[in-house]
Design a protein around this ligand. Structure first.
Ligand code: UT7
Length: 357
């Protein structure tokens, strides 16, 4: 039996951030409301493209695996904020990392995208089609934000995370997974004013993240808990077998509700929403990477991950870690210097959103 072992991991965290106090200058909100209702204390704003975020995270993951770009057969980029749609953004990442000749494809399942892409790449490795893949999730969610609306403006951030998968006979990597989509409710979470349904000759105003927060909240908790239960059953795992929970980071209260339903203690749950906000597909990838860096993921750890996003897509995955928790090599490729603060980076968009409001 072939497995798709995770042998490398990396992330790209943009240097510029916006604190809750700073965002209170842009919209009518305050640190107390945001922290209490969401757990978010700051979010990052990228001064580079989605492709560049993905490139940085991928290069770190490839070095961590002790590989070179040309060793990679497949680049899957999970994103709903692609730099370009045609050509796909994954093709630029493929070029940037030197994965000459590798297949390159964007995957859009919104916040569930990383787990969808992980499933896809794992299946290709297990079927013997390819040997090595980079699965990267990169988002510039702040590009979509309508800075005139406080309900969504406070929630989102930018960033990227990546893993390298390699064919292995060792039982590790994605061991069981379940993905799905409750399409009846696709309207309760969507981006308006974007896509080929728009009349491109008429001004439509800024894109806007539209959502029914309370409804999504309920469905996210129920959907992710049921999906986790299903996957644990499929893998014959009990709750005691789970060493680490890596949930999608959309709201601390959603994470705590899932944790309660699954009866998992605080010390086993990876949380970083306070620093980064909701980075859509990238939340799970970044959290996975940081869980290894922080020592939460130990050799042979059993990891449960779950995500929920627009579509309404959902996914739950059981991942078994290998022996190694330290990188084979490191890479010093990083962001170009950023001369602006987070607020300065969004300033033009804020003015445009306010005059369109
Ligand atoms: O992934 C896409 C978006 N993510 C989600 O939708 C995640 C799931 N939902 C949530 O995380 C939560 O529903 C939110 C964080 C989005 C909202 O929290 P909530 O506790 O469900 O608040 P609410 O929408 O019911 O609003 C409560 C009050 C309202 O005021 P009134 O009508 O009670 O006077 C809002 O106008 O909070 C007000 N409010 C704000 N106040 C200060 C909404 N946004 C803000 C804000 N600052 N940023």
């Amino acid at each position: 039996m072939l497995y798709a072992k995770i042998t490398g991991w990396g992330k790209a965290i943009p240097p510029a951030s916006i604190s809750n106090d700073e965002i209170s200058v842009v919209v009518d909100t305050n640190d107390e409301w945001i922290a209490a209702r969401t757990g978010i204390r700051a979010r990052r704003v990228s001064h580079v493209s989605t492709a560049e975020l993905a490139t940085i995270a991928s290069k770190h993951a490839i070095a961590c695996a002790g590989l070179e770009g040309h060793d990679i057969d497949l680049v899957l980029l999970a994103t709903c904020t692609p730099s370009t749609i045609v050509a796909n953004t994954a093709s630029l990442v493929q070029k940037n990392i030197g994965a000459t000749g590798a297949a390159a494809c964007d995957v859009n399942a919104a916040c569930s995208g990383f787990l969808y892409a992980l499933q896809n790449a794992t299946a290709q490795i297990q079927a013997g089609m390819i040997k090595r893949a980079v699965v990267v999730a990169a988002e510039r969610m702040t590009w979509y934000v309508n800075w005139a609306k406080r309900d969504s403006a406070v929630l989102f951030g930018d960033g990227a995370g990546a893993v390298v998968l390699e064919a292995s006979s060792e039982p590790s990597g994605l061991m069981a997974t379940k993905t799905g989509c409750d399409t009846e409710d696709r309207d309760i979470l969507h981006i308006s004013n974007y896509g080929s349904d728009q009349d491109k000759y008429q001004p439509v105003g800024p894109s806007d993240i539209q959502f029914e927060g309370r409804e999504i909240f309920k469905r996210a908790v129920t959907g992710m808990s049921i999906a986790c239960d299903d996957v644990m059953q499929k893998a014959s795992l009990s709750l005691d077998d789970i060493d680490v929970l890596i949930p999608h980071q959309a709201n601390l209260r959603i994470i705590q509700a899932i944790q309660k339903k699954l009866a998992i203690s605080d010390d086993k749950v990876m949380v970083n929403i306070d620093q980064y906000g909701n980075t859509s597909a990238a939340t799970v990838a970044i959290a996975l990477c940081e869980a290894v860096e922080q020592g939460l993921i130990k050799p042979h750890a059993n990891i449960m991950s779950a995500a929920f996003g627009a579509g309404l897509t959902w996914a739950a995955s059981y991942i078994r870690w290998g022996e190694r928790t330290a990188p084979i090599k490191t890479c010093d490729y990083s962001f170009p210097p950023c001369q602006k603060s987070g607020l300065e980076l969004i300033n033009d968009a804020v003015q445009a959103c306010k005059s369109a409001d």
